[in-house]
Design a protein around this ligand. Sequence first.
Ligand code: FAD
Length: 381
Amino acid sequence: MDQRTPPDLHSDMVAAARAVSLSAGQRAQAEDRDDGFPAADVADLVRLGLLAAPIPSDLGGSGLGEEPGAWKLADVLRLVGYGSLALGRLYEGHVNALQLIAQYGDLGQRARLFADAGAGHLFGVWNTEPPGGGVVIEDCGDGSRLGGVKTFASGSGFVTRALVTGRSPGGETLMLVVPLPAGARADLSAWRAHGMRASATGTLDFNGLALLPDAVLGNPDDYFRQPVFSSGAWRFTAVQLGGIEAVFDVWRAHLVGTGREADPHQLARLGEGAIAVEGARQWVARAAAMATDGMLAPERVVAFVNLARLAVEKAGLDVLQLAQRSVGLQGFLRTHPLERLTRDLATYLRQPAPDRALTGAAAEILRTRAMAGDLWSGVAV
Ligand SMILES: Cc1cc2nc3c(=O)[nH]c(=O)nc-3n(C[C@H](O)[C@H](O)[C@H](O)COP(=O)(O)OP(=O)(O)OC[C@H]3O[C@@H](n4cnc5c(N)ncnc54)[C@H](O)[C@@H]3O)c2cc1C
């Protein structure tokens, strides 16, 4: 594990992420409870400049994610996820929100909301809602108000700038950025989760909140505009990769620590695990590049990122199974570091509509007449 403390954290976002990863990894066990939250780690993200880092460079920020192939952002997300998947989930939501604001916000919204990010506000993106429910905008005589709830909203009670989808009285889906007071309107009682306990993934009640005039971001249905809506999934694959690597490293350390590293069966399993980890790394890197370099047609980018999602999920499931077989019962005891890491990873691998991601990508591949080797090269028809 290469977790050096760098000389100048502010000048290097990847070095800052390494430092956050190390301290988050040390604190993660203590936050593994139903009401856990990595508050000290979020404070580190603020202190080391990572919360402000995705602010675009043309607005005075560090422009994390603007670098070719988004390699720095991919590495930062991986490292934060390595230390704590719960923190990685929260940071990924924050980055997603800032990227949507950069893309769809007007000048005033960008100036105001990026200043908020610079001041240490944690952002989140909350789209998931209960069946038949969700956030609605209601016209009142004295302006507009919000009604309804969001579910599976990570950082509930801690996110103070929420980017949420809401339905207008005319039935359109709008993106809203809603300021929230810390500690209010959040209900974590249903978050009795197998893993990711520290992500505070709860229900947030928007009933009665006034809709501020400049809260609406972009145009109706922009949130679902492709390829951004689906290709942004590359970011969570980067966080998942960090979780996969953390399981792999603890599994490897266990084999060495118990003197079981020379056994041929253990060697074979570890070799299979190394293939899975490296495969996931390559999928994530290519998905990040394709999602950000604008070289391929939007539908082809979406297909590739969907395949990357499934490839990383499979790598994660393979590593979980291999590590648990290699370590055995010890890895299921709460005193063993593998126990929480495997619960967190198994939970965070659950992402929306995996079947549709796979079959949608397959349908796109069937639509093209390009040779297999040209599918993702930019020369394909
Ligand atoms: C730790 C954590 C934090 C989260 N934080 C947030 C957040 O901050 N904001 C947010 O918006 N969301 C959040 N989510 C929710 C997340 O975006 C997804 O909604 C959730 O992970 C979906 O998981 P699922 O397995 O229930 O998916 P589903 O899409 O329900 O998939 C479950 C299974 O059903 C299949 N399936 C899907 N649709 C259908 C259908 N129509 N018919 C038949 N089968 C179907 C799938 O292919 C899959 O096999 C979070 C999730 C986690 C785990």
